[in-house]
Design a protein around this ligand. Structure first.
Ligand SMILES: [Zn+2]
Length: 121
């Protein structure tokens, strides 16, 4: 279950950034996660909520996930197609593709915080 270690990394990163921003509360964290990372988002959310419940700064923070499908590009058909189980083979012409269009993303997009001073988040 690698979701727990991923959730821990996210919590650590968010906590560091929140401290830098002098946040008093983290209200939400938005992630972009590609399908190719094989992350079970329900499991990640569960781990995130468990870890944040132990941190006063992050307690009750919502985890928002933008899920990006795994897609590849076929040069032969000049079209995009979904990668099935890591097999990037075009369903139309059966050509193999080396061009992954999306699905490998993993980033913290944004976080919403309350700060002691009324600066913009
Ligand atoms: Zn094709």
């Amino acid at each position: 279950m690698h979701e727990l270690s991923i959730a821990q990394s996210i919590v650590d990163a968010v906590e560091t950034r929140a401290s830098e921003c002098q946040a008093t509360k983290v209200k939400s964290v938005r992630l972009r996660i590609g399908e190719a990372n094989c992350i079970v988002t329900d499991s990640l959310t569960f781990c995130f909520e468990m870890l944040t419940s132990l941190e006063p700064l992050l307690s009750g923070a919502h985890l928002l996930i933008d899920f990006v499908p795994h897609q590849a590009w076929c040069d032969h058909c000049a079209s995009e197609f979904p990668v099935q189980n890591f097999v990037a083979q075009c369903p139309t012409c059966a050509e193999w593709s080396n061009t992954i269009v999306s699905g490998t993303e993993f980033q913290i997009l944004e976080m919403e915080i309350d700060a002691a001073t009324n600066v913009a988040t």
